[in-house]
Design a protein around this ligand. Structure first.
Ligand SMILES: CC(C)(COP(=O)(O)OP(=O)(O)OC[C@H]1O[C@@H](n2cnc3c(N)ncnc32)[C@H](O)[C@@H]1OP(=O)(O)O)[C@@H](O)C(=O)NCCC(=O)NCCS
Length: 443
């Protein structure tokens, strides 16, 4: 199977002496490597039963936890943008570690064997997670009908409706003619998960990661193209104007543009983000997007302490700021919030939103100081009270300002004040932060 979980794949062995699956996993590590607690937790979660860790010639001098070049260093999960702590779900932590492990180890440990071992374990675990998730989704999708994937001009028109970049459309239309049974099964199972979540506020998770085959880069685009009539019907049923429906779904093409900017080729990897749009949770109303979600425990208690009684799980609207829509003009934000107040009150009257929240690097208080109180970003910040202490996040400002987070910092442009500020702070060893803000709803 070219994308999705590779069922029945034979056991594979990894050069770092981790062997999976054989009922028991033995992870010997590399000479000189001492397993730390986090890695031990990862190991204990590996599929295939028991996991054993053995330490060979433990030498703390090269243990990244104990002696990294910049002094003792914690795992990135402790200060990552998703606010993970050691108590966070292992899957969430894993996703973050997987994305950042190589970069992290490069920064903190010159010993190439350590990254290799740890990254291999993380990859193995992700593989196991993908299999588990696939098994769960496939069981839940039993009896669900196949999703018709459009072909030819119908597909091209649907992709254009989703604002898929024109240079990718011909490639996707060609790939659609080569879908095998496995691919259609993958699309059926994943689409069934979206359909089950339609209209609710449930998070949809897909098997990941998708291997970088052509189909892998476009599998979820084909799935969403097949789901367009379903979500358009849902939007019509709740009385969402056609313009809102189109603007909302256009985020798919926007994220394909982001992919091209980052990787230099066509593709799409924001399948879980777009599940918000395709299950009726997220709407673009003018300049901003609004997501129907539930408040978490920490934010609820901070907001309650500030005088607005809120319980974990209460419905709230999470505000998102899409890219490529020009400046964040305050008047347009006012208009967007006013539209959202009317929209959600009439379309989802049962959800008594008391709050809007925003979790974003744009709420880092340093930005107002560096860009000036009159900047659009500073004006946007003033809408929100910070609920929680901002948490270190050096990734988001680079991602959202440059679109090319993998490019060496020295090669990134410094044309605007924001670009200059983002790089200056990092160059001098400082940090950026993600803030969690809120305001009472309606505003
Ligand atoms: C949010 C956003 C629209 C704000 O742009 P804006 O309205 O121009 O913001 P400001 O007026 O406060 O900008 C101040 C300075 O920063 C620059 N700037 C702002 N956003 C920038 C960006 N993404 N890339 C490069 N420069 C940017 C502006 O050009 C201006 O600099 P200049 O005076 O030298 O031209 C913009 O940052 C953006 O599109 N970001 C991507 C989306 C995003 O971050 N979403 C949140 C995800 S959590």
């Amino acid at each position: 199977m070219a994308f999705g979980p590779d069922r029945g794949r034979p056991a594979r062995s990894i050069a770092c002496e981790a062997v999976f699956p054989a009922g028991t996993l033995t992870f010997a590590g590399a000479p000189g490597w001492a397993a730390d607690t986090d890695t031990a937790i990862l190991l204990s979660r590996l599929p295939g039963g028991r996991a054993q860790t053995k330490t060979i010639d433990a030498a703390p001098a090269i243990s990244p936890r104990l002696n990294s070049p910049g002094g003792p260093m914690a795992w990135p999960t402790r200060s990552c943008p998703k606010k993970m702590t050691t108590g966070a779900s292992i899957n969430t932590r894993l996703a973050y570690q997987q994305a950042n492990a190589r970069e992290f180890w490069k920064r903190c440990c010159p010993c190439s064997r350590v990254p290799h071992c740890t990254v291999a374990v993380i990859d193995l675990l992700a593989d196991g997670d993908a299999r588990t998730r696939w098994a769960e989704l496939a069981a839940a999708a039993q009896g669900a009908p196949p999703l018709p994937v459009p072909q030819g001009t119908d597909l091209a028109e649907r992709l254009a409706e989703l604002t898929v970049p024109y240079d990718a459309i011909a490639e996707i239309v060609a790939i659609a003619t080569r879908l095998g049974e496995d691919h259609l099964e993958f699309i059926r199972v994943c689409a069934a998960a979206v359909l089950r979540a339609m209209g609710g506020r449930e998070v949809v998770r897909f098997p990941a990661p998708a291997p970088p085959s052509d189909l892998g880069r476009f599998g979820f685009v084909l799935m969403y193209a097949g789901l367009v009539p379903v979500i358009r019907d849902f939007h019509a049923q709740i009385g969402a104007p056609d313009s809102v429906s189109r603007a909302t779904l256009a985020d798919l093409g926007r994220n394909m543009h982001v992919y091209r900017r980052r990787y230099g080729t066509s593709g799409f990897d924001k399948q879980e983000w777009l599940a918000l749009h395709f299950t009726g949770r997220l709407y673009q109303l003018g300049r901003l997007q609004f997501e129907r979600t539930a408040v978490d425990r920490r934010t609820a208690s901070a907001v309650s302490a500030a005088g607005v009684q809120t319980a974990p799980g209460d419905p709230v609207l999470s505000v998102h700021i899409p890219r490529y829509l020009g400046p964040l003009r305050p008047a347009e934000c006012d208009e967007s919030v006013a539209r959202a107040e009317r929209f959600f009150a009439t379309r989802f009257p049962a959800e008594q939103n008391q709050l809007a929240i925003c979790i974003s690097w744009l709420l880092d208080p340093q930005l107002a100081a560096l860009l000036g109180e009159q900047s659009n970003i500073a004006t946007f910040q003033r809408r929100f009270a910070l609920a929680l202490p901002p948490e270190v996040d050096d990734v988001s400002p680079v991602v959202f300002t440059f679109d090319q987070p993998d490019r060496p910092r020295a090669l990134l442009p410094r044309r605007s004040r924001l670009q200059q500020a983002v790089l200056d702070v990092l160059d001098r060893g400082g940090h950026w932060y993600t803030g969690t803000g809120w305001f009472g709803w309606p505003q």
